[in-house]
Write a protein of this length. Sequence first.
Length: 442
Amino acid sequence: MATLTDGAVLTAEALEALIARLGEPDWLAAERRAAWRTYQATPFPTGRDERWRYTQLNRFAIDGLELVDAPRDTGVSDRIAMRITDSDAEGTLVLKGGELVREDRRLKQAGVIFTDLRTALRDHEDLVRKHLYSVVNAGDGLRKYAALNAALWTNGTFVYVPKDVEVELPLGAFHTADRGGLAGGRTLIVVERNAKVTYLDEFTCEPLGERLVNTGVTEIVLGDGAKLRYVSLQNWSRDVVQLNTIRAHLARDARLESLTVSLGGDAARAEVEVSLQGPGSESEMLGLYFADEGQHYNQYTVQHHASHHAHSDLLFKGALRDASSAVYSGVIVVDPGAQKTDAYQTNRNLLLDGESEAVSIPQLEIKANDVKCSHGSTTGPVPEDQRFYLMSRGLRPEVAEHVLVTGFLYEVMSRVTLPKVAQYVERVVQAKLGVPGVKEKL
């Protein structure tokens, strides 16, 4: 059984050097030190931990990695520049190795804040202090990697939308890198009462030639009646391993539409958790992944119904080929007072060869007696008669496979309300399938 160990390069002295370099306020330095103590006291996960069962733990090792303190240069690749143009975003930030290297904001609504976390700490300290670590903190669930991020994150993004304000066009942050090591970023999104916004987090880079482990945390706070569409799109180069935690707290009548996409990297783990704390709150959780050439993807989800008359619906679908692997583990938790809960959880996997493997573990923990909850999962190969039918009509094997995979993933993509995101994801899938002329356009 694989085990992980602490990286010798990570020390309390490294943390103190980071605090001194960033020049942050005393309250944040205290939070970082507390998180570091939790990190040291918490063992790394093992295969016996329910959250990490069947995970290839050795691929998430951080031994010997130094903390990335700055990028080699502050340039932005042509691919990211094109993605910014394609996104039609009203505001974009590019963060590279913890540094803000490009920003473009055309916000017209009064009171909306969209900036990097370092700037937000300087200009909006009281607002950041109120919400930072309020949703994902180091001690919650004794999570080793969450504590590591809480201690050592270097920068991130901050979004604040005041009450009754609607941001019409999306906002987006593009996270990239040009060197290996250990990196950590943090996203904080606060949407006040009856406000509305769309936000895109994209992770991508050119091949690095050295290993990078990126830890990310996204904290989402939705007030009464607030609405957020949130997309996390991971398309790192194959040098990168990502561990990402996304957690949201929803107040009365709030609605969250989330999409988690895994397409790149060597290995990636996404923990997506929603706590429906107010009556009438709603959560739609979509997930899509396509692994090839031995990639390993791991998804862990929680639909926590803490209040009555709330609704959640989860659909995660993935395709795998070339001896790749995926693990999905999800749980619907219904608290004793959460009567009239309406919750659904579905995971489906398509195996494109005999060497790939998918594990699916849907779960229910129901402590109320007047609820509607269901879960289900399927894993299976492409029906050979479907493949044969397409090829008998003159389609080349790679085109036939593209049709089958696209059709399988369509159930998720048809529910994505951001056409530009859906188009980009389909192009990446086409490139991985070897459709001619696609890869050159990415």
